[in-house]
Design a protein around this ligand. Structure first.
Ligand code: SF4
Ligand code: SF4
Length: 347
């Protein structure tokens, strides 16, 4: 089978190194057999990240169940490629299979709508909010198809929404949350946190939330206003206060960039204050910033990605970033660092 990618999928494929590295010749991926990600084009991917394995295996509406996604010709071709340890289309370093076997519970990542109440420079070049029209109707229909999958499957799934927008701000995802039809699946809400109390207080779906993952990217009002454009620090703190009363597993997320590295220790203290967990991740290029050789496709106009990517060895603040991360790693034990951070900093 010949796989031909175009547009953003070809761009994503070329953005990262593909193929085996480290121990991936020996290590096994189980994720490719039980994880699905759906992107904002309604395409399905058999990985927990559509950047790590950016090959669509079909459209949501092509499949009548969660299980049938893994039976498509392309899905089976990719599974064989991975079983043969070729990893032709996989970012083996970022997903971690170059270090160890990777496995996960059966999971469904719903990234169907990228609407959000904020406009963070790392994520988008303009505000996105779908409230009507063709795109809105199409995505609403895709959500309805997914709800049918959730009803039909006998598996207990981890459902995660959303990796590319805010599910509480989205008029497409919000109705699903407010009328959550099932009690057998576990829900992870990935959100900027600003609408949690307003939208979820006293809602039945709160019982189904297994985990909150709240992307904060700052530890102070000043830095927050730069990296979370449109957000309000006091509103965030009010929502964190509310979440802390729920006694649910909660992780605050910090994506390292040049504009916030000096705020990492404040972030760690915020995590400690609430006794939440913390996660520090690297900045991915979501094509909102330019990169030599790629601008023609992305039309990015917010500056150069390398200027923001402080974990790049050539960056003027790389040494400072490395020291800051090492310092926080030693001092704050509630924070985990993704494997990519350790790899890039050679820790
Ligand atoms: S090997 Fe890595 S990139 Fe490929 S499917 Fe598995 S987890 Fe995804
Ligand atoms: S809050 Fe998250 S989804 Fe919304 S614009 Fe910022 S990074 Fe993107």
């Amino acid at each position: 089978m010949e796989i031909q990618l175009e547009g953003q999928y070809l761009y994503k494929l070329n953005l990262l190194q593909r193929g085996p590295s480290g121990n991936s010749y020996r290590n096994t991926c189980h994720v490719v057999k039980n994880n699905i990600t759906i992107d904002s084009n309604g395409n399905c991917f058999i990985c927990n990240c559509d950047g790590w394995l950016p090959v669509p295996v079909g459209q949501v509406d092509d499949f009548d169940s969660f299980e049938s996604v893994f039976e498509s010709d392309i899905a089976q071709y990719l599974q064989k490629d991975i079983a043969d340890k070729k990893y032709t289309y996989c970012s083996t370093e970022l997903c971690g299979v170059s270090h160890e076997d990777v496995c996960a519970n059966p999971s469904l990542y719903i990234n169907i709508d990228n609407s959000c109440n904020l406009q963070c420079p790392s994520c988008r070049i303009e505000k996105v909010m779908h409230i009507n029209g063709e795109q809105y109707n199409k995505r609403l229909h895709q959500i309805e198809t997914v709800v049918e999958w959730l009803h039909k499957t006998v598996q207990e799934l981890d459902v995660i929404m959303s990796g590319n927008g805010d599910p509480l701000a989205s008029l497409i995802c919000r109705p699903l949350l407010k009328n959550w039809p099932l009690d057998k699946h576990r829900l992870t809400l990935h959100t900027n946190g600003l609408l949690i109390e307003k939208q979820l207080k006293n809602q039945p779906v709160l019982d189904q939330v297994n985990q909150f993952r709240i992307s904060v990217d700052a530890g102070s009002a000043k830095v927050y206003s730069q990296v979370r454009v449109g957000g309000n620090w006091d509103t965030l703190i009010r929502n964190l206060d509310f979440v802390s009363t729920l006694k649910k597993p909660t992780e605050l997320i910090f994506t390292v960039q040049n504009n916030n590295i000096s705020d990492l220790e404040n972030f760690c203290q915020l995590v400690e204050h609430y006794k939440f967990d913390g996660s520090v991740t690297q900045l991915d290029n979501w094509s909102t910033w330019g990169r030599p050789g790629f601008e023609e496709w992305t039309h990015a106009n917010g500056g150069d990605f390398l200027h923001h990517d402080v974990l790049d060895k050539s960056h003027a603040n790389y040494t400072y970033a490395r020291q800051m991360i090492q310092h926080c790693m030693t001092k704050y034990k509630r924070i985990r660092y993704t494997p990519a951070i350790a790899t890039r900093l050679e820790l």
